[in-house]
Design a binder for this molecule. Structure first.
Ligand SMILES: Nc1ncnc2c1ncn2[C@@H]1O[C@H](COP(=O)(O)OP(=O)(O)O)[C@@H](O)[C@H]1O
Ligand SMILES: [Mg+2]
Length: 367
């Protein structure tokens, strides 16, 4: 396939040298089963390239399964990846296939891989190396044939040095690395992207694609796009949706772009830009999962603190129903002597001690 054919088939837009090189490498590595690690800031197109690698491989007719390792709470991630047997933990009501099995014959895309907990990293490496794993709670191994593509916006080498990421897994994943530069470093791609997003959004919504003025295009090219292509797409779609005049100009975009300083504080607020229903759904789901994760962490804290409290109480004062050993012994001897009506030989036999010991203890305890 030529560069143009690949771009069309997989919806890759851009004519910069960076995009050309990325498409070249993608075409070269697609056919093999080699692991690919994709670097890049959020919104640069990591998933677009993961799809292209999968789509150009011999695995294209099987599934590409995307997992966002950062969005799935720690406790759930392993069962999501490897599946579980019914009853293996509270809530495991059915046998369940994990993503590894669903992706069998296809590709597993592990997004935000740096967020994967170390314990899961161990299991992931083992599964990649042996091509087999066990479902949670299962006794038999499951064999799979899966190609791994991982992505991150963090410097994994640094994560390895900080001991947040296993070096062996890192080496395993980075057989080939693709680094996608931020949009501000390849401004040459912006114009083509803007036109593509205007056309796509218009045809999806059955409206005539509006014209865009030169000044407006210059503004979009000069803007920094901290949210990269994702932000550009959202901005263009919002402008088209709000447009009433039939053509897009400076005023269509100025209210949508934010000065650098303001941005930081505003970026944490709910996003006001229009999202596709799919993105909005996903975000809702992620938020729900984050809430659950937070709840679980709070519960853990609560339980931990209660345990500490109980333990410290135990250390300070003794519960009433526990007696020291010598006192128990004294009581036992007194009771036995009562039963034997003072017969020391019988008492000694019942207590399984020698008569001499019994005499000594009677003296000791002053019975
Ligand atoms: N080169 C590109 N051509 C066309 N669309 C792109 C390109 N790069 C990114 N996009 C679009 O931008 C959005 C974000 O891309 P995505 O791959 O999800 O980014 P990332 O995974 O790096 O956060 C998606 O809607 C995607 O289709
Ligand atoms: Mg992504």
């Amino acid at each position: 396939m030529t560069f143009e054919e690949i771009k069309i088939k997989f919806g890759i837009i851009g004519k910069s040298k960076e995009i050309k090189d990325l498409v070249d490498i993608t075409a070269q590595v697609a056919a093999s089963d080699i692991s690919v690690l994709i670097y890049g800031e959020s919104g640069v197109g990591k998933e677009v390239f993961a799809r292209t690698i999968h789509g150009m491989s011999n695995r294209a007719d099987k599934q590409l399964v995307s997992v966002n390792c950062g969005a799935i709470p720690e406790g759930i991630l392993e069962s999501e990846l490897f599946g579980h047997k019914k009853g293996s933990f509270t809530g495991a009501l059915e046998n369940r296939k994990g993503y590894f099995e669903i992706a069998d014959g296809g590709t597993l895309f592990l997004d935000e891989i740096a967020e994967m907990p170390l314990t899961t990293q161990v299991k992931l490496l083992r599964a990649i190396e042996t091509k087999e794993f066990m479902r949670l709670g299962a006794e038999t191994v499951t064999k799979v044939d899966v190609r791994i593509i991982a992505a991150t916006n963090k410097d994994l080498q640094r994560e390895v040095e900080a001991k947040h990421f296993r070096e062996d897994l890192y080496f395993r994943l980075k057989a080939v690395t693709l680094s996608i530069p931020p949009l501000r470093k390849r401004k040459m791609d912006i114009e083509e992207l803007v036109k593509h997003f205007i056309d796509n959004y218009s045809s999806d919504n059955k409206i005539a694609p509006p014209q865009i003025s030169n000044e407006a295009m210059d503004l979009l090219v000069s803007y920094d796009w901290p949210g990269n292509v994702r932000e550009l797409k959202n901005t263009v779609e919002t402008a088209v949706a709000l447009n009433k005049k039939g053509s897009l100009n400076l005023d269509s975009f100025l209210p949508l772009l934010r000065p650098r300083e303001e941005e930081k504080s505003i970026r944490n607020l709910p996003v006001y830009l229009k999202k596709s229903p799919e993105e909005a759904d996903r975000e809702l789901l992620y938020r729900a999962l984050f809430e659950i994760k937070k709840d679980i962490m709070e519960l853990k804290d609560l339980i931990y603190n209660q345990r500490i409290e109980v333990e410290s109480q135990n250390n300070n004062s003794q519960p009433a129903d526990i007696l020291p050993l010598d006192q128990i012994e004294k009581e036992a001897i007194r009771n036995t002597l009562e039963i034997t009506k003072g017969n020391k030989r019988n008492a000694a036999r019942m207590l399984n001690i020698s008569e001499r010991t019994l005499y000594r203890k009677i003296r000791e305890y002053d019975l």
